[in-house]
Design a protein around this ligand. Sequence first.
Ligand code: ATP
Length: 251
Amino acid sequence: MLSVQDVSVHFGGIVALDGVSFDIPSGQIVGLIGPNGAGKTTLFNCISRLYDVNWGDILFNGESILKSPVHRMSEIGLGRTFQNLALFSNLSVLDNIMIGGHSTAKSDYISNALHLPWIKREEKELRKRAFEMLRFMELEDTALQRIGGLSFGIQKRLEIARALLSRPKLLLMDEPAGGLNHNELSLLVDTIRRIRDEFGTTVLLVEHHMGVVMEVSEKVVALNFGRKLAEGPPAEIQQHPDVIEAYLGTG
Ligand code: ATP
C-alpha cells in the first residue's frame, strides 16, 4: 500500500532523514519508533505532503504522491492525527468532527445560492457520518459539548474520530498514546485494532510508548539519526542489539 523509497530530507545542514526505505502492506498495523530527533515526524510530514523530500520517492498504491498537493491527501485515501491536538476548543464536538469532511471544492459551492439544496444534502450526509464515527469511538454522548470542557483523553479520541471521517485507506497516527492514563491506553490499543478490523484501514503509528507499539504492531520500523536501524516483527525488534542500544536501552 505504502512504499517509502530511499527518502532523504535535509533542513539546512541537518539531515533529518537519510535514505530511508520500507513498505507497508495493505491491512497491516506498522509501528515507527526511534529516539527524539530520529526523524519520525519528518517522515510523517513527508507522507502527508507537509514537507517535500530532497531525494527518493513515496508511492501510495503504486503511484508517487510527491506531486499531489496536501489538500488532496484525504481524497486519495490518507488520513492523519497530530502529536499536538489540532481541535477548535470553542466549537462543539460535532462541528470539529465535521470539519474533517469539508473540501475546498465544496466550499466554492457555498457562495452560490443555487446549490443550497445540494449543500444541505451534503451537510446531512456529513453529519450522519460524523455521528457514526462518534459512535465507533463510543463518544456520541459528547456530540453537542464544547471541546474545551472535555478531558485530554477524550480529546485524543476525538482527534482520531475526525481523521476517520473521510474513511482513509491509510491512517497515520502521531503519538496517540502521549499523555493517556492506563485505562485510556488499553482503550487505544483496542481502538487501533478495531480501525483495522472493522474499516480495513492500514495504520502507521509513531509512538514512544513501547508497550502500545509492541502490543498492537505487526511490524516495527526503527529509526535513529534519520536512518533505518531495523525492521521486523515486534519481538525481533525488541531483541535487536542496535535498537536496544539506540532506544530501548535509554528509554
Ligand atoms: P520526536 O520523537 O522528538 O518527535 P522525531 O523522531 O519525530 O522526534 P523529527 O521531529 O522528525 O524527529 O526531527 C528530526 C530532525 O530534524 C531533528 O534534528 C529536528 O531538529 C530536525 N527538524 C525537524 N523538523 C524541522 C524543521 N522544520 N526545521 C529544521 N529542522 C527540523
